[in-house]
Ligand binder design. Structure first.
Ligand code: ZN
Ligand code: ZN
Length: 261
């Protein structure tokens, strides 16, 4: 039997749009038998005061004596913001950045893929195509992990089969940039992101994977990890599945050196 993944690093706290404090999340990580917790609040939610975001996490880490990685989840940045983001990653000594695609432009306006309104726009060919064709933008040195790769299916239509060439292109770019793809269990009741079909492509491309819960509440911290590890045991055995904290840390450090602060 496979051992439980030692970390959960796509998580949100009260500082961002989550519900629990960093301390609550650490205590939950301890209770869950994890070795490492990563905090990755949305950049848009914490960018108004990054020093305090980092300080609050470090303070909780010191107080509770637990291994905590400090990260951010960042939406597909425009080219003119990349330099600023590289700078803050280094300046604050972030351990990792997660790259995401939540919003897609349509006629000059951005629409959230999970919106309950504007379904005609969200399900249109133009919108769907823009999502898949924007994905390779997340391939760079900045992002260590690619979040919920096919979140677009929250629109209620599943178009991955129509955009296989674009998916292949994105995977090739992620591989070339030595990035990790997360298996996000947040919408597990419907389906993980990415789907099993895309995951097979990830395996073929030899891209490392981890499980992420995208927890916004502490009890979601390792939600569905064990059952999905069991269900996917066969493909995972042939994949570069990173499940140990040491391995994860080594991987992150190999991308951008050890944390300086
Ligand atoms: Zn996200
Ligand atoms: Zn998230």
């Amino acid at each position: 039997m496979q051992q439980m993944q030692e970390f959960s690093i796509h998580t949100h706290t009260k500082i961002g749009d989550g519900y629990d404090t960093v301390e609550d999340m650490i205590l939950e990580a301890k209770r869950s038998g994890l070795k490492t917790l990563g905090i990755s609040d949305h950049f848009w939610a914490v960018s108004y005061d990054l020093p305090n975001y980092v300080k609050a996490i470090r303070a909780a880490q010191d107080k509770l004596q637990f291994d905590v990685l400090i990260g951010l989840e960042i939406d597909n940045p425009s080219d003119d913001r990349l330099e600023m983001l590289y700078k803050i990653k280094k300046e604050y000594g972030f351990d990792y950045f997660i790259g995401s695609l939540h919003d897609v432009p349509y006629n000059g306006k951005k629409y959230y893929v999970g919106s309950k309104e504007d379904k005609n726009i969200l399900q249109s060919q133009t919108y769907q195509q823009t999502y898949w064709q924007t994905l390779p933008n997340l391939a760079n040195d900045l992002f260590d992990i690619i979040a919920h790769m096919d979140l677009i299916k929250l629109t209620g239509v599943k178009t991955e089969a129509l955009y296989e060439a674009d998916i292949d292109k994105a995977l090739k770019a992620f591989k070339a940039n030595n990035q990790i793809i997360e298996i996000n269990t947040k919408h597990h009741q419907i389906e993980n992101e990415p789907s099993d079909t895309i995951l097979a492509k990830v395996a073929k491309a030899d891209i490392p994977v981890i499980f992420s819960s995208d927890a916004h509440i502490k009890h979601q911290l390792i939600q569905h990890f064990a059952e999905e590890q069991r269900r996917l045991a066969e493909p995972l055995a042939k994949m570069r599945y990173i499940s140990k904290s040491d391995e994860l840390r080594q991987f992150l450090q190999s991308r951008h050196g050890p944390r300086t602060k």
